[in-house]
Design a protein around this ligand. Structure first.
Ligand SMILES: C[S@@+](CC[C@H](N)C(=O)[O-])C[C@H]1O[C@@H](n2cnc3c(N)ncnc32)[C@H](O)[C@@H]1O
Length: 266
């Protein structure tokens, strides 16, 4: 798990040019990373901003406690039950890659909790990559029998992932509407930017890292898909291996969603 998280962390940092596109314009006394996972982002921020207090919080005991820094504060709590921090206590609240954990109906509660935690004038940064994969649009017109079998495998994988998530009320595609939700919650200056993460040899080292990340991401879906659909584990794993070559073709990419917003002073 940790290498997948590590790859994702460095890919996102590379394409955004920093850990957080808005952090450099602000005074950062206290920063919160919600759903910190292995804590890589928090650790990186703690290194970059040694005078700031960086809080990393996760519901699961996944934080790599062997690595820490004097200005890091790890916490273990559930965002959906409210995090154990005071109102208005963070200059920056960052949350990355929780879209497969938050049910469609839970997003308003999450937005309110993130709002509560931000200080007036403080900022929010939400980053999400959808778990489904698409083939490059420039290969869809190639009429090749072997290829169309592999494209069909990609569609089937996406269907199975979506079925699995929908069963637990999770609709990652709802991420596209988060900007509106943040505005309704009270955030100002809401921005929704999308950044393409290129996948495959055409994009050099970055594209190869993204291809490797995609494979790891799909493999990580195996237990949940096998448990919640009628698909036998081995069959789904074979489907992933069958699909991989087509995911490497053409000018493929994944779309990263980046939301930034500010809590008004009044
Ligand atoms: C895909 S990982 C992303 C980790 C990290 N943010 C990153 O970008 O590398 C999602 C993390 O969110 C955590 N998580 C899921 N639901 C949560 C909740 N309700 N409260 C706090 N953390 C949660 C999971 O335990 C997991 O570590």
């Amino acid at each position: 798990m940790s290498f997948r998280y590590e790859l994702y962390h460095y890919i996102v940092k590379h394409v955004l040019g920093s850990n957080c596109p808005i952090a450099n314009d602000m005074t950062l006394n206290r920063v919160l990373d919600v759903g910190t996972g292995t804590g890589l982002w928090a650790l990186d921020m703690a290194r970059e901003f040694p005078a700031s207090k960086i809080y990393g919080c996760d519901v699961a005991p996944v934080i790599d406690n062997s690595q820490t820094r004097p200005n890091i504060y790890w916490g273990n709590a559930d965002l959906l039950r409210g995090l154990p921090y005071s109102d208005n206590s963070f200059d920056l609240v960052h949350q990355r890659q929780l879209c497969v954990y938050i049910g469609e109906r839970q997003w308003p509660l999450v937005a309110r909790e993130l709002y509560r935690l931000c200080r007036p004038g403080g900022k929010l940064c939400l980053i999400e990559l959808l778990p489904t994969v698409t083939v490059a649009s420039d290969i869809v017109s190639w009429h090749d029998c072997e290829l169309s079998g592999r494209v069909a495998a990609v569609r089937c994988i996406n269907d199975l992932i979506q079925q699995t998530l929908h069963k637990s009320g999770v609709r990652p595609e709802a991420v596209a509407c988060l900007g509106d939700l943040l505005s309704i919650t009270g955030f100002a200056n809401v921005r929704h930017d999308t950044v393409e993460l290129p996948r495959g040899d055409w994009a050099g080292q970055l594209g190869r890292c993204m291809l490797s990340y995609t494979h790891k991401l799909l493999i990580a879906t195996v237990p949940a898909v096998a448990a919640s659909t009628d698909t036998p584990r081995q069959e789904y794993e074979d489907m992933i291996e069958h699909a991989m070559p087509v995911l490497a073709l053409g000018r493929a990419s994944h779309r990263l969603h980046v939301f930034t917003a500010e809590k008004p002073l009044q």
